[in-house]
Write a protein that binds this ligand. Sequence first.
Ligand code: PMV
Length: 335
Amino acid sequence: MPTARSTPNIALIKYWGNRNEELRLPMADSLSMTLDHPTVEITLETGDRLAIHSFDSDGRAKTLTENQVSRWQKTLALCRRYLATLDESEVLPEKLVLTIRSHIPPSVGLASSAAVFSCLAKAIAGLVREQITLTDEQVSVLARLGSGSAARSIYGGFSALKAGEGKEIGSSAAIQIAPEDHWLLHDIVIIPSHDEKKVGSTEGHALASTSPFYEQRVEDIRRKRQPECVDAVLKRDFEKLQRVTEEDALDMHHVMETSTPSLKYLTADTHRIVAAIKDLRTKEHLPVLFTMDAGPTVHLLCTDEAKSHVLAFAHEQKGCTIYETKIGPGSTLLP
Ligand code: PMV
């Protein structure tokens, strides 16, 4: 009866758009830092039918919507399809009991799907380990089938999701770029709004190619931004990391806003916070960078020396919830 634990990650080079929607095969590489918390735990057991029990951060049972149940069913079916390509189609039973305990506060703009589906993948690896030992890359493929960004949360530290080529279900996987102890970076998360987003990332990815700027984005990531970001991480070059990360985040939001229909995730609060942190870092020469995923939440990544300053700034932002995280160890199977 394996139990796995996992956490969200924050993307430095963003994953946006697929070459195959059903299999979540990305168009371009992406890169992220895995966070140390909040955590999600999933226990897998065999039962007499498929059952999913989900509990929130207060331990209260959550009723899953029809869409949520259908996403779990689809993901499990895709996982079986992938295991079949490894000649192990029978290892994952149809009649599974999933118990999900999430410590992620709802709608905080932290990628809960990345934590949840990386956790599921790790739990599956635990369940099938007597029949087949899956490599981390194979576990990351399983995670990707639930949520593309989840592929990166398998690893601690910094990891990259390689787009790969072709149409095979296993043709895109994540790898680790550097472990957790490589570089102590913090992510101070400023959450201006708790509203549910109107368009989730699964639907959003499908619109990416309608933007006239999308092709250029994919080319820029392939040709320069991803290699530059890997280099900045390996050399612990914060200035370079700041330039490339901010450029990529703004580029992704430009693509989102120019797609049809237009996707506007950033709000006046986001823009105000970004302008204020830019001012502060110019004045104080602070090693801090900003990035935003598919929502108004601002992630401020900073070095250890800048942390107290950045935290103080975050707490000055009126009406916002602050969440303090740092680089983390990735997904694990609990003993
Ligand atoms: O994994 P998904 O399908 O939820 O997509 C994640 C998309 C972004 O958070 C906007 C970017 C990323 O790379 O995490």
